[in-house]
Design a protein around this ligand. Structure first.
Ligand code: CP
Length: 349
């Protein structure tokens, strides 16, 4: 054991001030009139895809998230007596911990499964039967599964809401809600029904829409605010950029899409840069776009912000962390409040 006083112990080691950045959700709250009736339609429902949300629902969920983010002490425990079944059959830092944190903060209890081999699945039990049992043990399921179809199989028998926390390469709808929450805190003016041409934003997505669930869900939500977006530029060096019919569907919804193989020439055009390099496929992950990297030397617009669903690798340098471009930590923090908003909306009290 090292018997030396660590230099950090010379400091006061004060916790960070929770009020830092609070003006952003406060401003967002001022921009969104309460119209929570649109959320009533979500009560008791399962959330599998970003397709299920209307524009108004996304906005009202962001409003509720902002309300939670600006309230340090909830003073209410609406989930007391409710049990969450947290089933994560694939690694997760943010999604599992934030869902579980939210549920506990709201007074609920949690049953966690992180390895399907500890359930009857190891003995050949069907997902169908596991889901039937879950109906009796909990009030909501949050599921991350490597198989795209698993959540759809479970939907057939569950009578409690299930939230898709990532199903293979398909979707990650609550991550996309967190992305939109960050976007609206950055630019609340984009909430307007009409956004003047010169105020619209150009978004760059470094990733593979056909294979990355975060990007797939994000694009679906962006299509709800296509009137606020000048163009979405996909930066990708693979052949199958889109899955079948994906591009057609997004363009039909109003998104203007461009694909390029080069990052640096397009960076000075971008107001928002979304970067991700990992696609979880089966029991492992693929890394895409290893030649695309963002760092302090990247020719970013001075006002551009960077979002990343995290976990990050070499594609996003830590030397950007203490620059104004770093919105990825705020995005991860906001995910807690967005999930709080979604869970309290889905649970039937
Ligand atoms: N963004 C995200 O899904 O992170 P985790 O894999 O850590 O849950």
């Amino acid at each position: 054991m090292v018997n030396k006083t660590h230099p950090r112990l010379e400091e006061r080691l004060e916790p960070a001030n929770w009020i830092d950045g609070i003006e952003l959700p406060m401003t967002l709250l001022e921009h969104i009139p309460e119209a929570s009736a649109s959320l009533a339609d979500l009560a008791g429902r399962s959330i599998v895809s970003a397709r299920q949300f209307s524009r108004e629902q996304v906005i009202q969920l962001c409003r509720l998230a902002a309300k939670y983010e600006t309230t340090q002490a909830m003073g209410q425990f609406p989930l007391t007596g409710k049990i969450l079944i947290s089933a994560f059959y694939e690694p997760s830092t943010r999604t599992r911990l934030s869902f579980e944190s939210v549920w506990q903060r709201l007074g609920g209890d949690i049953i966690t499964i992180t390895d399907p081999a500890t359930t009857g699945i190891a003995k050949g039990e069907s997902l169908h039967d596991v889901a039937e049992m879950m109906n009796h043990y909990g009030d909501m399921v949050v599921l991350r599964d490597t198989h795209e179809d698993a959540i759809y199989e479970m939907l057939d028998v569950t009578r409690i809401p299930i939230i898709n926390a990532g199903n293979g390469t398909d979707e990650h709808p609550t991550q996309a809600l967190a992305d939109l929450y960050a976007l609206f805190k950055w630019r609340p003016d984009l909430l307007a029904a009409e956004v003047p041409e010169d105020q619209r934003i150009t978004i760059g997505i470094i990733g593979v829409p056909g294979r990355m669930r975060t990007v797939r869900s994000l694009l679906l939500l962006l299509s709800l605010i296509s009137h606020a977006i000048r163009e979405v530029v996909i930066i990708c060096d693979c052949e199958d950029t889109f899955s079948p019919e994906q591009r057609e569907e997004l363009e039909a919804a109003g998104l203007k899409l461009r694909v390029t193989g080069e990052l640096d020439p397009v960076l000075p055009e971008l107001d928002l840069v979304y970067i991700n390099a990992i696609a979880w496929v089966g029991d492992s992950y693929e890394e895409h776009g290893v030649r695309y990297q963002l760092n302090r030397q990247s020719p970013l617009k001075e006002s551009a912000i960077i979002l990343h669903p995290l976990a990050r690798g070499a594609e996003l340098s830590t030397d950007l962390d203490d620059t104004p471009h770093n919105w990825y930590f705020a995005q991860a923090r906001g995910a807690v409040y967005v999930r709080m908003a979604l869970m309290t909306t889905l649970v039937r009290f």
